[in-house]
Ligand binder design. Sequence first.
Ligand SMILES: Cc1ncc(COP(=O)(O)O)c(C=O)c1O
Length: 485
Amino acid sequence: MTSQVRGGQLARLLGQWHALPGRRRSPDYAALAGAVRGLLADGRLPLGVRLPAERELAEALKISRTTVTAAYRELRESGHLASRRGAGSWTMLPGGHRVASSGLWTPTDDLDMIDLSCAALAAPPELIHAARAAAEDLPRYLGGAGYHPIGIVELREAVAQGYADRGLPTSPEQIMVTSGTQHALDLVLRLGLPPGGSVLVESPTYPNALAALAARRARIATHGLALDGTGWDAELLLGSLRQTRPRMAYLIPEFQNPTGHLMPAELRERVVAAAHVAGTDLVVDESFVDLPLDGAELPPPTATFDRHSRVVSIGGMSKPYWGGLRIGWVRASAPQVQRLAAARVGVDMASPVLDQLVAVHLLRAAPAIAAARRSQLTAQRDALLGALAERLPDWRVRVPRGGVTLWAELDGPISSALSRAAEEVGVRLAPGPRFGLDGTLERFLRLPFTLPAPELVDAVGRIASVRYDLDRASRPRWREPAVIA
Ligand SMILES: Cc1ncc(COP(=O)(O)O)c(C=O)c1O
């Protein structure tokens, strides 16, 4: 089934399309076509969706229908739109694109591409030892059917122990193993959010969480984070909970993706209390909890303050260990875990036993692996900060004390335009608006420090080389886009 984007939705996504940098001399129709290509390039507009009829979009944008007709024509000519009389127009990509090994659409000529759209580290050297040890353990499981909907007990014990070590007593019955944190979020939403239910999220937030919410047809409200301070405005956040009484709130209190903020203990306690009064379930994503930098002290887990089973915590192996493992988990009450498991068997039955065993062995080596990750990330973060200070001194950055990303405030609303230009010089970026709901956040850019320092420094040099071109009207038009997701 083809999904359709309505005129109002596309207008919101397009945001300030008519005022984007580098378009001073181009006519409106070309700017509109360029902005639609930009949305396709960064994944905010999916492939294969039906665009609004010309008249509907013209009304939503308050421009003439002729402009929309000309923009659609240009998109058809550049291979970004397919139209059939009477049936409408669908988004597509021009030839010369392929699906990369990551499963994402990329141009074919991207061998030299530095990919800063993905905030994840390569696997640690210990992974190969853990995989060998897991293969040795496997025979213990081969006599059974291999389906463990809540996960194998030794992994649930290890994860429960991790919470206990953080000061939150947890039994293995409170842990359910999932195929990654994203899967954990999807399951929690399936179980707890009725279609059209309201959810409060931070802005900016993790784009794939927004995708999971959109898939459940959630009504999304946002809490804006500040660049400085702790990020969350306590009174605003508590006020939103009290006034809008959302069905759920999705928060990332530890080294928030993308800003790197750490929520203080006092606010955690107040948020949990306010959520209880408002009847809101809190989904707390702890993906980055193992990655404090500079000796940052971690506040107690948010669930520590929970007396009414309001908090469901999710986390996983991807950020401290490796995304390719696809192991995550949910920490909830034992009855909730049973309900989640019942919901899960209708989806994927269980997570792979071998991968769970690999996770068990990695968690046994956790202190050493995490220490190495932290020093690697500290060095890479500092290299990135140094390069930014040198090459793009007008950008404002707050030093993140953990996690894997920094959130830069740019010297203008140029994030999408800059991302498109950067692609031409071999740097793939995820522009600010991908981390929000509409065409805002153009002044921001997420930069992960998960690649080796020399690549980060090289990437900043390339970004700087195109930054100042954006202001020149004579800049050649952007050619082939790539879709990131
Ligand atoms: C906040 C957050 N949640 C979830 C995920 C997805 O994690 P996983 O690979 O375990 O599904 C990520 C990955 O970037 C993330 O940053």
